[in-house]
Design a protein around this ligand. Structure first.
Ligand SMILES: [Zn+2]
Length: 372
């Protein structure tokens, strides 16, 4: 056997570095009368991409590639590993499978000259199973192995063995995110903490990005996850936002056209901001459809009870949320007043819509309330 090959998965964006290592090793091996190095590629397939907690958030295109290269041989010996010796940091071993164990725990020495302290040595294995270790400077004179071929070929082998299509915290250029996941995070954060647009601090889009792709501190992420838990089940609202984006009036604006296109398939990380911005717009529009004189019946949680000045007796402004991003307010004189956190069935007439903290709030009047 004069050549061998390694098969492993790589992403498209990892191919250029691999090709470069192959070309470099190919030049050296051919120049020294050996067979060349080459690459063959399998079909491109999607690989699920998880977030830091292992939840699949998208996919990236990968392909199995096979790199074929010559074995370096000499009188029944074959070079099977490169060992870079570092007394303090430990050895870096690059071994052809299945010789990893054989190459481990090698001390820096050379079997040809007996010298200790070589920076890099190569491990050779004989057909009879015995091994020999050669320092770089002895590989040429003793075994007729070119130092540059050894170096470039082992750079290539290291490149192949280290190829890893998934690294936590990495954002590959071809990564595509699941739109539903992006929207569910955006809806939960908007409902729970209010939508933060550019210029208002840590934007909702940045928060969604941090949840999906990392890059925020532990404490900040814990806070976001608390919002997600508190928001509860937002799947239906997220699906409604997606539908609103897809079936919006594409002729209306460039923005709506972009939105419709973005949510039609998995999403580039650069488009997170665009898609997240649809959430407050959808919620506002959905709530504006509630017009004056509509009779609304909702199951909602009391979020705030604050006193109002009044000359006719005690009054309270009671605020509710229905858990799907809709907010309501009711100026009540009916005692006993509801308490924060109470779940109620509220039936009332719509008076008007007002914007508060970037969210539409629907004012109700003449409400009947019952425990929910
Ligand atoms: Zn030596």
């Amino acid at each position: 056997m004069t050549s061998t090959s390694l098969t492993f998965p790589v992403r498209n964006d990892q191919l250029p570095a691999l090709r470069e290592a192959i070309e470099q090793a190919d030049r050296q091996t051919r120049a020294h009368g050996l067979t060349g190095c080459h690459l063959s590629r399998g079909p491109v397939e999607p690989m699920p991409w998880p977030d830091v907690n292992g939840v699949p958030i998208g996919a990236v295109a990968v392909q199995d590639v096979t790199v074929t290269f010559p074995l370096l041989q000499f009188e029944g010996w074959t070079v099977i590993a490169q060992v870079e010796h570092d007394g303090t940091a430990g050895n870096t071993v690059t071994a052809l499978p299945p010789f990893e164990d054989e190459a481990a725990d090698r001390i820096a020495h050379c079997d040809a000259c007996g010298e200790r302290g070589a920076l890099t040595s190569y491990l050779l294995r004989h057909e009879d199973g015995s091994t020999m270790q050669l320092g770089t400077t002895c590989a040429g004179p003793y075994a007729n192995l070119s130092v540059t071929v050894l170096r470039d070929l082992w750079d290539l082998i290291r490149c192949c063995l280290a190829a890893e299509p998934y690294e936590p915290g990495e954002v590959p250029p071809d990564l595509r995110l699941h739109v539903d996941q992006v929207l569910e995070y955006a809806v939960a954060l908007t409902i729970q903490a209010g939508y933060v647009k550019r210029g208002g601090g840590w934007t909702t889009a940045e928060q969604v990005r941090a949840l999906l792709l990392g890059g925020a501190g532990r404490e900040a992420l814990d806070q976001l996850h608390e919002h997600l838990r508190a928001a509860g089940n937002v799947e239906a609202t997220a699906a409604a936002v997606r539908d609103w984006c897809l079936h919006g009036d594409a002729a209306a604006s460039d923005y709506r056209r972009k939105l419709a296109r973005a949510v039609a398939q998995d999403l580039a990380p650069a488009d997170i901001g665009l898609v997240v911005s649809a959430v407050p717009m959808y919620l506002r529009e959905a709530q504006r459809r509630l017009t004056t004189e509509d009779r609304e019946s909702i199951t909602a949680t009391v979020t705030e009870v604050s006193p109002l000045t009044s000359q006719w007796g005690e009054r309270r402004r009671v605020r509710f949320t229905d858990g799907a991003g809709r907010r309501y307010a009711w100026d009540s004189m009916t005692q006993p007043f509801p308490e924060e956190g109470q779940r109620l069935r509220v039936t009332g007439r719509v008076v008007r819509n007002a914007v508060r903290e970037g969210m539409v709030e629907t004012y109700l009047t003449r409400c009947r309330v019952a425990p929910a």
